[in-house]
Write a protein that binds this ligand. Structure first.
Ligand code: GDG
Length: 439
């Protein structure tokens, strides 16, 4: 959420958030001219609220339940308590009539908790991840409390219209007296009334700071670094690239297997085609993530075992977070970008790759199950659950004629150039400005 800092600075706003480290005390500090009000979480709270309820219950459930969620009452209690503390911290510091913008699934109870403490503020909520269909959401033992928590907001934003539709369906089904305006399904905003308060619910697809990527990527230094990367990889004809948090939602396994199968079948050639996979460490305390890491590393080992030559692996696997200065030349060097999540709210990597493609020559293979697929229609859209379709999409990307590559990339670059993350924040805050008690 670094990308939001300019908007906060511009509006003279404050930031309330967790310190990022266990323990400590609540503090008020200055972060590059922004007032940062930190909230301390104990080891136990981190374990139950963050690793447990947020990342072992809600995260898998909200991503099509592709891993089993854990449902523990103690984790839910911690979630409620921490959400209440966030609401109290905001209530303490928010000026009269302020606009408060709450982010993501960790804080779904804050809107209503805050409304109960401060009825003068305007409350916005944005979910960065999908909102699941009712049939999945109903599994959650605390499903009614969650939608009730959200409905305290004046504006509730999602990445895609279908997420908004799912949330409205859940609220209508699970709570007595929820009344969506008719028609329920529109392409932008729907009013939902509950207990005398009306929320506007709709899609606000997030974007990236295009200039932050595009400018350095278009420069000579990045170009030189991209040439150097290719040489260090053994000067392959085609560099395939994956950049993801090492998360089981990202579909890293099926992508690597498809690459391996293409090598096995002789449709790709280890001397001409190499894959670089950057896998950023994430949520290492959660068991599903430890399992996922073991699985990915085993697949990498198996494929390299079969196809590497001395000094030349076919998969270059980096389990670390690269500085942005290294990531940008890698985007530039990648001829084929593989973004194959089973489910993803948006996926910024897809948009960053397009922004970095200064010469307009790269190919994006993109899962249909990402929010980005709603916008980047000229990518090679693929179903990551279908191994044959994945193999065919990768082969098609590798073989795509230059002219077609250029046409598709130009169209995608025009799409992302039209809206940056600042426009996104402004459009959300503009709706919030016209809603709520202070309007
Ligand atoms: C959530 C939603 C939604 C990754 N590796 C490195 C690195 N990254 C950066 C990328 C990109 C970001 O992390 C990842 O963003 P994504 O959108 O791909 O995915 P999530 O982390 O799951 O984000 C997602 C997003 O929120 C925003 O609303 O799009 O759907 O799940 O910016 O560049 N950055 C650096 N080194 C790395 O190694 N510097």
């Amino acid at each position: 959420m670094r990308a939001l800092l300019p908007t906060i600075r511009e509006t003279g706003g404050s930031w309330v958030g967790w310190t990022g480290q266990p323990g400590g005390v609540d503090e008020d500090i200055d972060l590059d001219g922004i007032a940062l009000h930190s909230l301390a979480l104990s080891d136990e709270e981190l374990h139950r609220y963050y690793e447990g309820m947020s990342n072992d219950t809600l995260w898998p459930l909200y991503h099509d339940a592709i891993r089993e969620s854990a449902y523990h009452g103690d984790d839910w209690d911690a979630y409620r308590l921490v959400n209440q503390r966030f609401a109290e911290r905001v209530a303490e510091i928010a000026p009269e009539g302020a606009a408060v913008w709450i982010h993501d699934y960790h804080l779904q109870l804050v809107p209503t908790a805050l409304r109960e403490l401060r009825d003068d503020v305007r409350i916005g909520f944005f979910n960065h991840i999908p909102f699941p269909p009712l049939e999945l959401f109903r599994r959650l033992p605390w499903r009614a409390e969650i939608v009730e928590g959200l409905l305290g907001a004046d504006v509730i934003g999602f990445q895609r219209a279908s997420d908004a539709t799912n949330m409205i369906a859940a609220a209508t089904d699970l709570l007595e007296g929820v009344e969506p305006d008719e028609p329920v399904v529109t392409d932008h905003l729907v009013g939902v009334g509950y207990r005398g308060h009306r929320s506007l619910v709709g899609a606000f697809p997030i974007s990236i700071d295009v200039a932050e990527i595009e400018e350095p990527a278009g420069g000579r230094a990045a170009r030189r670094q991209a040439i150097d990367i290719r040489a260090r990889l053994g000067s392959p004809e085609v560099i395939l690239l994956g950049v993801d948090r090492l998360d089981y939602t990202k579909g890293i396994g099926p992508r690597l297997r498809a690459f391996g199968q293409l090598l096995d079948d002789g449709r790709l050639d280890p001397e001409r085609h190499v894959l670089v996979q950057v896998a950023t460490p994430t949520r290492e305390g959660v068991e599903h993530y430890q399992d996922e890491r073991r699985e990915i590393e085993q697949i990498v080992g198996e494929i390299n075992g079969r196809h590497a030559r001395l000094g030349f692996p076919v998969i270059h696997y980096l389990y670390r977070t690269l500085p942005l200065e290294e990531l940008i030349p890698l985007y530039r060097a990648g001829d084929v970008m593989l973004v194959t999540p089973y489910r993803d709210g948006m996926n910024l990597v897809a948009k960053e790759y397009v922004a970095a493609n200064a010469d307009g020559d790269g190919v994006l293979v993109l899962s249909e199950f990402t929010g980005a697929a709603d916008e980047l229609r000229e990518a090679l859209l693929v179903n990551p659950h279908d191994p044959v379709a994945l193999q065919d999409a990768i082969a098609q990307a590798v073989e795509m004629p230059r002219q077609e590559r250029g046409e598709r990339m130009r169209a995608m670059r025009a799409t992302i150039a039209g809206s940056t993350v600042t426009d996104w924040a402004r459009s959300f805050l503009a709706v919030l400005d016209t809603e709520g008690p202070a309007a």
